[in-house]
Design a protein around this ligand. Structure first.
Ligand code: PCA
Length: 119
């Protein structure tokens, strides 16, 4: 099983949450400072910016290897839309291995939004 931090359309109540159906909710979480959300239109993209003091809120889920492979395909990892990477989270998740989808393309022209995506 892999722990996955979701911050956008995969969250509970959001439009792609059905893709998490086989997973297990672990808890609400926040990144450490240095992450920022951009509104890409129908979905958000999180990027790393070490100069940014902001954090991003989301949920930690435990997902199987099979579910993770489906999620990678859905998020466009093979096409380079997002890349799945380890993300540091604030307590109580500090030091635990958690992955997330970072936006992998240019965010120029897409507005930065606050710490929480809501649709
Ligand atoms: N889906 C992934 C990344 C952005 C999106 O909308 C997520 O919810 O974490």
């Amino acid at each position: 099983m892999t722990r996955l931090f979701v911050y956008g359309t995969l969250k509970r109540g959001c439009k792609n949450h059905h893709l998490m159906a086989s997973g297990t909710y672990v808890g609400d979480a926040r990144t450490t400072p240095g992450y920022r959300l951009h509104d890409l239109g129908d979905f958000p993209g999180m990027v790393v910016d070490a100069t940014d003091t902001g954090v991003v809120t989301g949920e930690v889920w435990s997902v199987s290897a099979a579910a993770l492979a489906r999620l990678d395909a859905f998020e466009g990892v093979p096409e380079g839309l997002y890349r799945r990477e380890r993300v540091p989270l604030l307590p109580p998740f500090e030091g635990t291995e958690v992955h997330t989808y970072l936006y992998a393309r240019d965010i120029a022209g897409f507005p930065a939004i606050g710490p929480t995506w809501s649709e």
